[in-house]
Design a protein around this ligand. Structure first.
Ligand SMILES: NC(=O)c1ccc[n+]([C@@H]2O[C@H](COP(=O)([O-])OP(=O)(O)OC[C@H]3O[C@@H](n4cnc5c(N)ncnc54)[C@H](O)[C@@H]3O)[C@@H](O)[C@H]2O)c1
Length: 257
């Protein structure tokens, strides 16, 4: 599947109400396109209203049901409202993909307290809030699936990730703790841990960092957004019915070393 077309899928999300945060760009955008192809009814969220509208129009033109919700996942009121908008549109929320995030490249000495707070607000608190409000609605309906975006940076140490890396450990931690807390309720919580993926966020990082990290992927290349989207689709689908609290590497072998 290309990033810009919607090719028919296998109907693995037919009729499911799906919220995807940070959908204007990169992995979130690719995930929205894959889920639309699989028959999902979507609410797409981002703080980038223009990018969100472009994606909404692309998905709607392909005949899928989609609503856009502009909002900031780090704000409790916005997170609660985007979940409420999903329930208002479709009567339920079956799947939430907590994807929105920023990827600052900072080493320990250059990172400030404000840098730490900023990334934790979005990648940490934002992920918590998305899970909290989505799970509350899923519990009312008796089940659902949440997929969080962790990272290899949330499972192992790296240089130049002194603020982003700890925030991604929050994503892995939320996944494991909520996976256990909600296990008997029918709500599954899992994460993907991508290696380096060719998204607009990566283009903002230094060539030195990207070249270094690319060389450390055993598969010999970085990943494409759609390769992460397909793993998110699997974890969100009924095919993953016995998987919860898991953090799945999607990393070309990075974490296997
Ligand atoms: N690209 C990679 O190499 C990589 C690797 C591992 C994990 N990830 C994770 O994948 C996720 C997506 O990353 P990406 O590379 O696609 O980035 P991206 O910058 O291409 O897309 C992220 C999107 O999130 C949106 N966003 C940022 N702050 C937001 C907020 N407060 N509320 C709502 N939306 C907000 C942005 O506007 C953007 O559209 C992130 O959680 C990131 O940590 C990325």
């Amino acid at each position: 599947m290309s990033m810009e077309t919607i090719e028919p899928g296998l109907g693995r999300m037919t009729g499911k109400a799906v919220l995807i945060t940070g959908a204007s760009s990169g992995i979130g955008r690719a995930t929205a396109l894959v889920f639309a192809a699989e028959g999902a009814r979507l609410v797409i969220n981002d703080i980038n209203a223009a990018g969100l509208e472009t994606l909404r129009a692309t998905i709607a033109a392909a005949g899928a049901e989609v609503r856009a919700f502009v909002g900031d996942v780090s704000k409790a009121a916005d997170s609660e409202a985007m979940v409420a908008a999903t329930v208002a549109a479709y009567g339920r929320i079956d799947v939430a993909v907590a994807n929105a995030g920023i990827i600052p490249e900072k080493d320990l000495l250059s990172a400030t307290a404000a840098d730490f707070d900023h990334v934790m607000a979005i990648d940490g608190r934002g992920m918590f809030l998305t899970c909290k409000y989505a799970a509350a609605e899923m519990l009312k309906a008796g089940g659902g699936a949440i997929v969080c975006l962790s990272s290899v940076s949330g499972e192992a140490g790296q240089a130049s990730q002194a603020v982003y890396g700890p925030a991604k450990f929050v994503a892995s931690g939320i996944t494991r703790h909520l996976g256990v807390e909600l296990a008997r309720s029918g709500v599954r919580v899992n994460a993907v841990a991508p290696g380096t993926i060719a998204t607009p966020a990566l283009m903002k990082m230094s060539k030195e960092y990207v070249d270094g990290v690319t060389a450390r992927h055993p598969i010999g290349r970085i990943g494409q957004p759609v390769e992460v989207a397909r793993a998110i689709l699997f974890l969100a689908s009924d095919e993953a019915s016995f998987i919860t609290g898991a953090v799945l590497p999607v990393d070309g072998g990075y974490l296997a070393q």
